[in-house]
Each structure stands twice: as structure tokens, then as C-alpha cells.
Design a protein around this ligand. Sequence first.
Ligand code: CP
Ligand code: NVA
Length: 310
Amino acid sequence: MDNAVRHYLQVADLDRESLLALIDRAIELKRMHKEGQSYMPATGKVLGMLFEKASTRTRISFEAAMFQLGGSVSFMAKRDLQLDRGEPLKDTARVLSRYLDCLVVRTYGQNIVEELAKWSDIPVINGLTDSHHPCQILSDIMTVIENKGRDLSALKVAWVGDGNNMAQSWIQAAARIGFPLYLACPDGYHPDEEILKNAQQESKFPLEVVSDPVEAVQDADVVNTDVWASMGQEQEAEQRKKVFMPYQVNYELLKKAKPDCIVLHCLPAYRGQEITDDVLEGSQSVAWDQAENKMHLHKAVLEWAMRLKD
Ligand code: CP
Ligand code: NVA
């Protein structure tokens, strides 16, 4: 039997079957929740949430997920911990492992979640770093499956905007799960070269970065965007607005996609920047379902990571 601690730091940590199993389980847990079924396999367990950046959805959906599973949550803003006064990550990880059953971390560098995982006896889950947002991508793909069915390889997925953490998680998911992905990013704002190269080598489907948003969106089934300035890039926001304006997802651009294409945004959204208000509020937007699905998907991740079903 495999006793390894089940960390989830980036999409590429898991194989295709495991990723799809998490999504399938989230769909099942969503159904159970809608039917009012109580399912509390985490009774007596404690989830730690160590956050160094703001969060509405990831924080509250993980908390609600853990509470609904019967467990408890300890939320830790980094500024309140000794970590912020210089206590090493490796000491923090070993101590938290003695109290908690699982740890969700939102921070800046991917090296921070890697270091915590290295020293942790409990699963460490990446709740967003500058490089990856691996749980978000699974709830996004769950939302795509709900709207477009399970044959993802038949879909054209487009990403328009910054080559950021979300884009990089989409890149890894496209390669690992298997679907065509076209990203339109301005020069200087492309995804990480190594993440892209590794994914392109792995992918059996087109996986391309182009500069023209129309090329990426042409005949797309799924159109995605995200903020132009991510957390930590606030001082670049004004400069980025100028560069990214041609990459706005508006109805003019959506005319190029398939008429029944869906529009995804992980939120928070800045209306009038990366997406127009009418598109976000329009009938093709699935952003609110995406946000809901985070809770169901996080239940599946917690159940898997803490081996609640094994
Ligand atoms: N989508 C997402 O991660 O939102 P939060 O920053 O509110 O957690
Ligand atoms: N790219 C965004 C995603 C927020 C959920 C950020 O990192 O701020």
C-alpha cells in the first residue's frame, strides 16, 4: 500500500486518472450536498489554512468544505505566526504537523509550499502561489465538464491575458488531462518557458502561446481570462492596463468563438479591464458555478489528501 503523504502543489504532481478522479468525486459530492445528504468522514480532524495573501473563495470554500465534512479549521494569517518573525519554514511545518491533519497554503513563491511539504508529515495543498493555482483549475475543469461533457479532447480551450499562475495551471492540466489549449498573451507576459516546454513535450494536443487574442479564441468552446495584475503585482497595475487592453474579453472578441462557448473567470474580476460587465453577467458566463464548484472540489481534495475514504 502507498503510504506517501499526499501533497498537491501543482497539477503535474498527479497523473491523469487521479486528476479526473478528484473531479468525478467532486461532482458526486456536489450531488450528495444538493440532496441534503450528510457526509462527515472528517469528524475529529483539523485543517490548517496558512495564508499570506487575500482570499474570499479559496478560504471560505475550503473552510465550508471541511466543516461540512465534519472537521474543524484553524485559519492562520502569516503575519500572526512566529514565521513572520523569522521562525524557519521547516520548524513551522514540523510543529503544525503535530497538531493538524492537513494544511492549505496560499503564498508567494512555489519554493515556500515545496519547503513546507518537504518537512511536513501531513498533506500540504497549494491554495495559490505566484506560479500555480492547482485546486482552482480542477474546479474550472469540473465546470467545463458540467457544461460541455466529458470529452475534453474535443474542445478548444482559449486563455486570454496574463501568462500567470492560472495560465500555468491550465497549461499543466491541458498536457496531463489531454485537451487543446491556445493562450493569447502579450509579449513580455508569457507563461514560464520551462512549464510550457515540459507541457508541450507531454501534450498529445495543440498547446500554443500566440499574441493575437482572435487566433486563440477562434472557434473556441471555452474562453478563460483572469486579472491583469495578480496579487503581489499591484504596483504594475497601471502599466499592465495599457499593455493588456487589446486582450479584454468582450462581446466583440467572443463573436470569434463558437456561439455556444462558455466564459470562465476564476474571480475576483475587474470589470472593464480583463472582462466586460456584460460578458461576466451574460448567459455564457459560468463564473458563479465555477466559484461554487470550488467548495465541492475542495471536499474531494480533502477527502483524498487525508485518506478519509481509504
Ligand atoms: N479564485 C480564487 O482563488 O479566489 P480567491 O482569491 O478569493 O480565493
Ligand atoms: N492570478 C490571480 C488569481 C486570483 C485568484 C492572482 O494570483 O492574484
